[in-house]
Design a protein around this ligand. Structure first.
Ligand SMILES: *[C@@H]1O[C@H](CO)[C@@H](O)[C@H](O)[C@H]1NC(C)=O
Ligand SMILES: *[C@@H]1O[C@H](CO)[C@@H](O)[C@H](O)[C@H]1NC(C)=O
Ligand SMILES: *[C@@H]1O[C@H](CO)[C@@H](O)[C@H](O)[C@H]1NC(C)=O
Ligand SMILES: *[C@@H]1O[C@H](CO)[C@@H](O)[C@H](O)[C@H]1NC(C)=O
Ligand SMILES: [Zn+2]
Length: 613
C-alpha cells in the first residue's frame, strides 16, 4: 500500500479526508495563527496514535471533541521537519472509525512554505504581501498535516486579513464577511480531493479581471491590464485540454500573477494557478507555461503521484499534454520545436547533476533525499520523451490518444505509482488493440528509461523545420567566431524569427565553444540581446556572456537576478557568475545582500549552489 519516504506520518494507519483551516494573517509578526481541524479515518485496527508532519510550526494544543489530547514532538531533521505524535489516550480505533482532531498552532518566520514580502518588494510598494509554495514537502510548514501526495483530501478555509488586502486560495471563494472596522474574513472551499502540496494561499492588494467564462486573472492593480492581455488564450487552452482528456472538473480556472520573487514559472494550485511575472513578455510568447499549468488540472491534480519518486507521472505527463495542446493550437511543427528546446534543457541538467548521478533516473530512490535537491528537468523532459517514445511504439496518436483519456478516467481522484501506470497501459492497449500492442510494449527498454541515470536510452526524432534556420545561423556565427570576422551579419538575420527561434539560436550557440569578446560585441550590435525584455532570451544571452567571461554583462546579470527570483533563471546565473574568474565574489555578495528578496526555497538552493563546499 501507501509508501512515501518523504513523510513521517502513519499514512498506512490513518488517512485525512478533509481539513478545515481557520487562520488569521498577522503581517506585523509575520505569522499565520489559528487552527486546523483534520477529519481522519482509521485504515487499520488498534490505532492509538496519529503522527503528523510539521516543520517550524508552534503547536499550542490538540483536542478531540473539546477534550485536550497529549502530544509531543520527535527529533528535528534537516528537510523532513519534526514529527508530531498525537496520543489518542485509551482509544483504539478500528478500521473505518472517523475522528476529528483540532490543532491550535501558528507558523513561524522559519516556515519554508510562506514568504512574507515587505511593501517595497511588491509592484505597488504600499501594502505587504504573502504567498505560499507547498510543493514538494513544505505544506508541513504551513499546517500540521499528513504531508504526502498519497493522501488526498478536500478542504475548507476561513482566512482573516486586514483591509484592504484580499486573500485567495487554491479553492473556490464562497463568501466574505466584515470583521469589525478593519478586517475581513474570506471563505473558501475545495470540493475536489487534492494532495497537501496543492494547498495554497496568497494575500495582498489583489484585483481581478475576467479573461474567460471560467477565468479571472488576479494581481496587483498596477499590472492587471498587462496580465489580462498576456493570458488571453487561457480559455482556448482549457477547452483543448477538455477535448484531449475529460471535462474540466475544478469549476474555476483563475490565474494569480505573483510578485517577482515567486520561485517557479508556475504552480498548478487548483482553481488558481500561480505564475511568475517573468511571463509578462508583452508579446504572449511565454504563455506555454499557462498551457502547462492547465494540463496539471488532469495530470498531477486529478491523477497524482503516490510519492515524489514517481514525480515524473505529474510532470512528464503534463509536458506531454502541454505539447499536445500547443500542437492542436499552433501546429505539430511548433510543438515538436518545443520538444527540441526541452531536450536541450534535459542535456544541460544531466550534465550538471552528472550522468551517473542516480537522481537523474526517471524514477529515483528518495530515501533520505530532500525532494528539492532532486528538482531538475528530468521528470519533465525525460518523462515527456518516454511518453513520446511509447506513443510511437504503439503506433502513434491514433492509439495513444484514446489511451490518454482512459488513463485519466481510470485514475482520477487517485494517487498512483509507476507500476500502476504501467499495468494500466498494458491492459488498455491489449484489451482495445490486441496482443500485437502488448508485443510492441514488450520491446521497450523499461529499466533503461525508468531506473538508469543519464540521458534516455532512445533519442526521439523531432521535426526540424523551425530549428533549421536557427542551427544554420548559429553555425555561421561559430565559424565567424574562429575567423574573427563578423561583417556578414545584420539585423535582418533574425527579423523573421519567433522568440522561440531566437531561443534555439542562442541554445545552439551555447553548444559551441564560448564566443570571443569581439563576437559578443558584434552579435549584440546587430541583435541587441543585452536590452531584450523577454526573460527567456535575456537568460540565454547572459549565460553566453558569462561563459565567455565577458565582464560588461555583470551589471546586467546582477540586475536580472535581483529583480526576479525564478529559480530557473537565478540558480544557473548565480552558478555561472560564481564560476567566472572575476565574478565569484560579486555572485556571493549579491546573493548575501539580497537574500531576503528570495523565497525561502530559492534562497536555500542558491546558498547550496554558491556558498557551500
Ligand atoms: C521577412 O519577412 C518579410 C515578409 O514576409 C520578407 O519581405 C522579408 O524578406 C523576410 N526577411 C528575411 C531576412 O527573410
Ligand atoms: C579579471 O580582472 C583583472 C583585473 O581587473 C583583469 O586583468 C582580467 O583580465 C580579468 N579577467 C577576465 C577573465 O576578464
Ligand atoms: C540588492 O542589494 C543591493 C545592495 O544591498 C540593494 O541596493 C538592492 O536594493 C537589493 N535589491 C533588492 C531587489 O532587494
Ligand atoms: C563557486 O566559486 C568558488 C570559488 O570562489 C568555487 O570554489 C566553488 O566551487 C564555486 N561553486 C560552485 C557550485 O561552482
Ligand atoms: Zn509542472
Amino acid at each position: 500500500m501507501a509508501y512515501d519516504p518523504s513523510t513521517s506520518s502513519n499514512v498506512k494507519e490513518v488517512q485525512t479526508t478533509h481539513l478545515e483551516l481557520n487562520l488569521k494573517v498577522d503581517f506585523e509578526h509575520k505569522i499565520l495563527d489559528g487552527t486546523v481541524t483534520l477529519s481522519l479515518v482509521a485504515l487499520a485496527d488498534n490505532i492509538n496514535k496519529v503522527i503528523l508532519d510539521t516543520r517550524n510550526l508552534e503547536v499550542k494544543s490538540v483536542s478531540q471533541d473539546g477534550k485536550e489530547l497529549k502530544f509531543n514532538f520527535g527529533d528535528k531533521t534537516d528537510c523532513f521537519g519534526t514529527s508530531l505524535f498525537i496520543d489518542l489516550g485509551d482509544q483504539h480505533l478500528t478500521t473505518g472509525t472517523k475522528i476529528d482532531l483540532k490543532i491550535a498552532y501558528n507558523t513561524t518566520k522559519q516556515s519554508t512554505a510562506v514568504q512574507w514580502l515587505e511593501p517595497s518588494q511588491t509592484v505597488g510598494k504600499k501594502y505587504p504581501y504573502l504567498f505560499t509554495q507547498c510543493q514538494a514537502i513544505h505544506a508541513r510548514s504551513l499546517l500540521p498535516c499528513q504531508d504526502s501526495p498519497c493522501i488526498k483530501l478536500t478542504y475548507s478555509a476561513n482566512i482573516q486579513v486586514s483591509r484592504p488586502l484580499r486573500a485567495l486560495m487554491s479553492a473556490i471563494g464562497i463568501g466574505e464577511e466584515d470583521i469589525g472596522e478593519d478586517s475581513k474574513l474570506y471563505k473558501f472551499e475545495q470540493k475536489v480531493k487534492i494532495p497537501s502540496y496543492l494547498i495554497a494561499l496568497a494575500v495582498g492588494n489583489l484585483k481581478g479581471k475576467e479573461i474567460g467564462p471560467r477565468s479571472t486573472v488576479w494581481t496587483e492593480p498596477e499590472v492587471l491590464e498587462d496580465a489580462a492581455w498576456e493570458f488571453e488564450a487561457t480559455e482556448k487552452f482549457i477547452a483543448t485540454g477538455e477535448q484531449l482528456l475529460t471535462p474540466y472538473e475544478w469549476g474555476k480556472y483563475d490565474l494569480l500573477v505573483l510578485p517577482a520573487s515567486f520561485p517557479y514559472g508556475g504552480m498548478e494550485n487548483p482553481c488558481l494557478t500561480f505564475v511568475t511575472p517573468t511571463l509578462l513578455a508583452k508579446d504572449r510568447s511565454l504563455v506555454d507555461v499557462v498551457a502547462h499549468e492547465i494540463s496539471h488540472s488532469w495530470m498531477g491534480n486529478l491523477v497524482t503521484t503516490a510519492n515524489w519518486e514517481h514525480f515524473w507521472l505529474n510532470e512528464g505527463w503534463t509536458m506531454f499534454i502541454e505539447r499536445k495542446i500547443m500542437g492542436r493550437l499552433h501546429g505539430e511543427k511548433q510543438s515538436e520545436f518545443d520538444a527540441i528546446i526541452g531536450w536541450r534543457a534535459l542535456e544541460e541538467d544531466i550534465k550538471l547533476f552528472g550522468e551517473d548521478n542516480p537522481l537523474t533516473a526517471l524514477q529515483p530512490v528518495l530515501k533520505d533525499v530532500d525532494p528539492d535537491d532532486c528538482f531538475s528537468s528530468v521528470p519533465y523532459e525525460k518523462g515527456f520523451n518516454f511518453l513520446y517514445h511509447i506513443q510511437k511504439v504503439v503506433g502513434g496518436p491514433e492509439f495513444f490518444e484514446p489511451y490518454m483519456k482512459a488513463h485519466v478516467k481510470e485514475f482520477a481522484g487517485k494517487s498512483i505509482t509507476t507500476d500502476e501506470w504501467k499495468n494500466f497501459l498494458y491492459s488498455f492497449m491489449e484489451k482495445n488493440f490486441g496482443s500485437e500492442k502488448k508485443d510492441a510494449l514488450d520491446t521497450i527498454d523499461w529499466k533503461g528509461w525508468l531506473n538508469s541515470p543519464g540521458m534516455p536510452p532512445v533519442k526521439n526524432e523531432f521535426d526540424q523545420t523551425l530549428a533549421k534556420a536557427c542551427n544554420e545561423l548559429a553555425k555561421r556565427w561559430n565559424s565567424a567566431n574562429s575567423k574573427g570576422q563578423f561583417e556578414e551579419f545584420s539585423t535582418s538575420d533574425i527579423e523573421n524569427f519567433t522568440s522561440e527561434q531566437k531561443i534555439v539560436f542562442l541554445e545552439r550557440i551555447l553548444e559551441y565553444q564560448p564566443l570571443s569578446h569581439p563576437a559578443i560585441i558584434a552579435m549584440d550590435k546587430v541583435y541587441k540581446f543585452s536590452t531584450v525584455h523577454n526573460s527567456e532570451l535575456r537568460f540565454r544571452w547572459q549565460k553566453i556572456c558569462l561563459l565567455a567571461e565577458y565582464e560588461p554583462i555583470f551589471p546586467h546579470v546582477v540586475k536580472f537576478v535581483t529583480e526576479q527570483g525564478r529559480m530557473k533563471f537565478v540558480r544557473p546565473l548565480y552558478r555561472l557568475l560564481n564560476n567566472t574568474k572575476n565574478g565569484s565574489s560579486l555572485a556571493k555578495k549579491t546573493f548575501i545582500e539580497n537574500r531576503s528578496f528570495y523565497h525561502p526555497i530559492a534562497a536555500a538552493m542558491i546558498e547550496k549552489d554558491i556558498l557551500k563546499e
